[in-house]
Design a protein around this ligand. Sequence first.
Ligand code: SF4
Length: 363
Amino acid sequence: MKYVDEYRNGKLVNVLRDELNRITTQPIRVMEVCGTHTMSIFRHGIRDMLPEQVQLISGPGCPVCVTPSGMIDRFVELAERSDIIITTFGDMIRVPGDNGSLAQARSRGAQVKIVYSPMDALAFAEKESDKLVVFLSVGFETTTPTIAATILEAKRRGIENFCVFPANKVMPPPLAVLMQDPELQLDGLLCPGHVSIITGSDMFNFLVVEYNLACVVAGFEPTDILQAIIRIVKQVKQGCPTVENCYGRVVTSKGNGRAKQLVEEVFKFVDTEWRGLGEIPKSGLGIRDDYKKFDVTKRLGISIPSSQEPKGCRCGEILKGICEPTDCPLFGKRCGPNYPVGPCMVSSEGTCAAWYRYGALEQ
Ligand code: SF4
């Protein structure tokens, strides 16, 4: 298949749905790790097509959602300085911390700009040479290579008033933490397609070896997702879990070597806090000493305070997959997309936003 509508072909979707229903003979719990999968599953009504025995659980795969509130407070504090311009991807701007969101800071006069690439932030720095331009580097393995490339470019062009707030995270350590949680009891993992383009599908081998988990890399169209769930069900039934790649049109076993090289050059693994999961060793990426002048936390001596969830918000448990948005008493009452309390309702990849947008309130 070549065009996106072929991957959404209703007849093919029905064939896959029927096959899934035919082969499922036992309860199977599958986590979709990636927020883009969560959104796609809701957008295409995939939960309604599944046999009752297949349960989909959303995981911690939205980078905005897992950024702890203490870090958001630091973003807001920086934004309120008159000598700083904050640049960020759009989702982060409305996430509330203890002292409000970046959007609220902007309404008070702070300079907060939405960019589509860290290179746009570098272009701002060139134009606004009397300000320090800080890019909020929030994301998983998918976004880190472009940030590394931007730091290298800033160094090459001698741009001194550009730096990054390093908040990038990597997927394997939190997955290992989740697999050890006795409350979860997963059989399979719908592995994130975007991340796998960079890392390669081999990154998930340890989950098969250490946790006996069926792992299937999937794309984001309905036929991709249904096909991957079928593969997981077959692996579980046969009792021989492995890593399979159902997104072969863009994912390889080894990933993108050049992108991995860029990340390795600029970043190193550091311990970092995840909302809902706490501090996880070597699950974040910090900037190496050779590039420390591009690290705003080193340049301005910033430390990250410990975080508190907004009162009543259950994002932490939702990110661990142990409760659903409708278990939160604030869902659809005090918390909605126009008046979010927690990050899972703000982000376009957030689980609460997906449930709200695609009708969980009506069920
Ligand atoms: S509904 Fe709102 S308050 Fe409740 S968990 Fe989701 S984001 Fe947090």
